[in-house]
Write a protein that binds this ligand. Structure first.
Ligand SMILES: Nc1ncnc2c1ncn2[C@@H]1O[C@H](COP(=O)(O)OP(=O)(O)O)[C@@H](O)[C@H]1O
Ligand SMILES: [Mg+2]
Length: 361
């Protein structure tokens, strides 16, 4: 009759393609019960948004099918997002498993459009997602989500984020009057506001908090990197040489600050002609891929240049909400899954480092 050891050794032949480790030693098999030829367990994936989730489940079923003595096999699949940041070093935000800061070298590359649609894409996979609009000089998240001037609620001494399409949202744009004044604020005040948005907000349990940074390398990215541990930076760029070279400068700064780079997404990569179905590379080709090779950071996706994406952003109806099956939404879904996979990789590395440290102590 089949036993626990036999099941585990069979399952340890299944390798997670991202983490490059077997699923048993990664602790992905939970509640294993082996009873009189009946096998039952839960496969706990590292994120609901992993691009390989279906492959892993299929490999588990194939592996189990090879055990001859199994009469009945009962598999549940769940996902528990792993912590991609040192929560023990951050008491204030200890319920936020990953913080992903979206940065760009210059404005107008579609950073906010990408941040908003990626947040929605992650939420669509079932993850709990927050979106912090930290672009104090040009907060456009409320506009893109069609939120108008949502009033921020205060609960006790904490800000209560607004809800929009399943996202928890905080934006400097919620403070109508202050918006005009933002341009004259100086470093320390700006840093103080950001810290409040991070620390004095009741974010509750989040798998991913996406932070839309202002373009460039000013006070906000610096404050963020120095205030709390973050999972990493996602760089958005467009194919033009100017955008690429400015993106490289931003990457250089984050590298100096020792903040991990999750990867790079290229926006406005190509235009797919609705008549001939061909992809036209209007702004050139391969810019972001070159950066990813040069700095050895993952290339996570290409978003097409499209009137649908533009209208979605500019009218407060993001494509992920209005047209979730479209080519545009698919492009965001793919990028979001790649980002989630990178966060799982960062989380696994961190876990390894912590346990290595513990054993050397
Ligand atoms: N993939 C895209 N295709 C077409 N228009 C886009 C795309 N991404 C962004 N835009 C448009 O470009 C403008 C700038 O985008 P935005 O997200 O505000 O950029 P940023 O935050 O980098 O300043 C907006 O009008 C937006 O609708
Ligand atoms: Mg923006």
């Amino acid at each position: 009759m089949v036993g626990v050891d036999q099941v585990l050794s069979q399952l340890s032949t299944v390798i997670d393609p991202d983490l490059k480790k077997d699923i048993v030693s990664m602790g992905m098999i939970k509640d294993l019960e082996v009873n009189d030829g009946n096998v039952k367990f839960t496969l706990e994936l590292t994120t609901p948004a992993c691009p390989f989730n279906e492959d892993i489940e299929r490999d588990v079923r194939t592996a189990m099918a090879q055990l001859k003595d199994v009469k009945k096999f009962d598999l549940s699949v769940t996902a528990k997002v792993q912590e991609g940041r040192d929560l023990s070093a951050d008491e204030a935000l200890s319920t936020v498993k990953n913080i992903i800061a979206v940065a760009s070298g210059k404005g107008g590359v579609g950073k906010t459009t990408v941040a908003v649609n990626l947040a929605l894409a992650l939420a669509k996979t079932g993850a709990k997602v927050g979106l912090l609009d930290a672009d104090i000089y040009g907060p456009s998240v409320p506009l893109m989500l069609g939120m108008g001037k949502a009033a921020l609620q205060v609960d006790g001494n904490k800000l209560q984020p607004a809800d929009s399409h399943g996202l928890k949202v905080v934006s400097f744009g919620f403070f109508a009057e202050q918006e005009q004044q933002a341009a004259i604020y100086r470093g320390p005040i700006i840093s103080g506001i950001l810290k409040q948005f991070l620390v004095d907000t009741n974010w509750s349990d989040l798998d991913y908090l996406i932070v839309d940074l202002p373009p460039g390398t000013g006070d906000i990215p610096l404050t963020l990197a120095q205030t709390i541990p973050i999972t990493g930076i996602l760089v958005v760029t467009t194919p033009q040489d100017v955008a690429s070279s400015i993106a490289m400068k931003a990457i250089g700064m984050f590298t100096k600050l020792n903040v991990p780079l999750i990867g790079i997404v290229e926006n406005m990569s190509y235009f797919k002609c609705p008549d001939c179905n061909k992809e036209h590379h209007i702004f050139g080709q391969g810019g972001a891929k070159k950066i990813s090779e040069k700095f050895n950071i993952p290339f996570l996706g290409e978003i097409p240049l499209s009137t649908g994406i533009m209208e979605g952003s500019d009218t407060g109806k993001p494509v992920l909400v209005t047209d979730s099956q479209s080519v545009n939404s698919e492009a965001f879904m793919t990028a979001a899954k790649n980002i989630a996979a990178q966060c799982s990789i960062i989380a696994a590395k961190m876990k390894e480092e912590i346990s290595a440290e513990a054993t050397t102590k």
